[in-house]
Write a protein that binds this ligand. Structure first.
Ligand code: 13P
Ligand code: SF4
Length: 308
C-alpha cells in the first residue's frame, strides 16, 4: 500500500467517511474505495450508509443523487469538472418543451440527469433496472430522457408492450463504437462474447451477446464459462476485468473508450477533499425534496424486484 493510500484510509476512519467509486474511475481509486460499482449499486449504498461523509468518485449527477438521498451527510466530489456530457444535454427548458410535445405521458428519466430535471419526472432509472422500472409502470407509452439509445433498448426488451418516446441525448463515449469495431475485434479474438452497455448504438447492442450495466457486465463475466470477451463500454470496466480475471482474455471493443470526465478524479484529489473538505455538493432544498421522489420510487421498484 503506498503512502497516499494509507493516509486516505486513516483519514477515512478518523472522519467516519465512506468512498464510493464508479467502475469507470481510474483503477487505483479501488484501493481506497469502500464500494465500487454501477450507478444503481452506488446510489443504494449512498442511501443506506451511516458514514458522516461520502466522497463520490464519479461524476457530478452521482454525487448530487447521493446528497439528495442522504441530505444530512456531507457529500464531496473530488473534482468539480467531472460532469456527465449526456446529463448536460437536457435542461429544464428542453424538458418542458419535450413534455409539451407529448402531454400527459409519464416521464422516465435516466439517473444521468440533473436534480432540476428530476423534479419534473415521474420515475428515475439506471441502466441496470430500466427495463424492470418501465415495465412496473404498466402504461402504453412513456417519455424517456436523456439517452435515446437506452430508451429504445428498453422498448425493444419490453417486446412492444410500451412505446418509449425518447429525447435525442446520447453518451459521446459509447456512441463512438461502430459495427466495424466489433467486426474487427471479433476477427482479433474469435469466439469471444461481446458484452455491451445499453448506451451503445442499436447496431452495437444488436450485435452483442449480452447487454447490461457496468456491474451487470462484470457479473456476466463472473458467471460465464467463456474465457474471451470484447468489452463495449468505458475502459474502466475492461481494466477491472483484466485485473480480476487473469485467466480470461478481454479486449476493448474500440480504442480509447474513455469518458474524460470520469477520469479527472485522482487519489490526490480524494485525499485533498477528505482533508480540506472542499468541493462539497449542495442541492437546493426545494429541488432536492422534489427530485428525490423519482429516485425513491425507482429504489422501491428495485427493492421489490430484488426480493422477488
Ligand atoms: P451504469 O448505470 O452502468 O453505472 O452507467 C452509468 C454511466 O454513466 C454509463 O456511461
Ligand atoms: Fe456520462 Fe457517458 Fe461519461 Fe457515462 S460515460 S458519465 S454517460 S459521458
Amino acid at each position: 500500500m503506498n503512502e497516499l493510500t494509507e493516509k486516505i484510509n486513516s483519514l477515512k476512519k478518523e472522519k467516519n467517511a465512506v468512498i464510493l467509486a464508479h467502475c469507470y474511475q481510474n483503477i487505483e481509486i479501488d484501493e481506497v474505495a469502500d464500494f465500487v460499482g454501477d450507478s444503481l449499486y452506488l446510489s443504494r449504498q449512498a442511501a443506506k450508509t451511516d458514514a458522516d461523509i461520502i466522497i463520490f468518485a464519479g461524476v457530478y449527477f452521482m454525487a448530487q443523487v447521493a446528497k439528495m438521498l442522504s441530505p444530512n451527510k456531507k457529500v464531496f466530489l473530488p473534482r468539480m469538472e467531472s460532469g456527465c456530457l449526456m446529463a448536460d444535454m437536457i435542461n429544464i427548458n428542453d424538458l418542458n418543451e419535450f413534455k409539451s410535445q407529448h402531454p400527459n405521458v409519464p416521464v422516465v428519466c435516466y439517473i444521468n440527469s440533473s436534480a432540476e430535471v428530476k423534479t419534473k419526472c415521474d420515475i428515475c432509472v439506471t441502466s441496470s433496472n430500466a427495463v424492470d422500472v418501465v415495465k412496473s409502470l404498466n402504461v402504453p407509452e412513456v417519455l424517456f430522457l436523456p439517452d435515446t439509445y437506452l430508451g429504445k433498448w428498453v422498448e425493444n426488451q419490453l417486446g412492444g408492450t410500451t412505446k418509449v418516446i425518447t429525447y435525442p441525448g446520447f453518451c459521446p463515449t459509447h456512441m463512438r463504437i461502430r459495427p466495424t469495431d466489433i467486426e474487427n475485434a471479433r476477427k482479433q479474438l474469435p469466439n469471444a462474447k461481446v458484452l455491451a452497455h445499453p448506451e451503445c448504438k442499436k447496431e452495437i447492442t444488436d450485435m452483442a451477446d449480452f447487454v447490461g450495466s457496468t456491474k451487470d457486465i462484470m457479473n456476466f463475466v463472473a458467471h460465464s464459462g467463456c474465457d474471451k470477451f470484447i468489452i463495449a463500454t468505458e475502459k474502466g470496466v475492461t481494466d477491472r476485468l483484466i485485473r480480476d480475471y487473469p485467466n480470461k482474455i478481454f479486449i476493448p471493443a474500440a480504442e480509447n473508450l474513455i469518458c474524460p470526465n470520469m477520469k479527472w478524479n485522482t487519489l490526490s484529489d480524494i485525499y485533498n477533499v477528505l482533508l480540506n473538505e472542499e468541493n462539497e455538493i449542495f442541492v437546493d432544498r426545494e429541488i432536492s425534496e422534489k427530485a428525490v421522489n423519482c429516485i425513491n420510487k425507482m429504489l422501491e421498484v428495485t427493492e421489490k424486484c430484488l426480493t422477488k
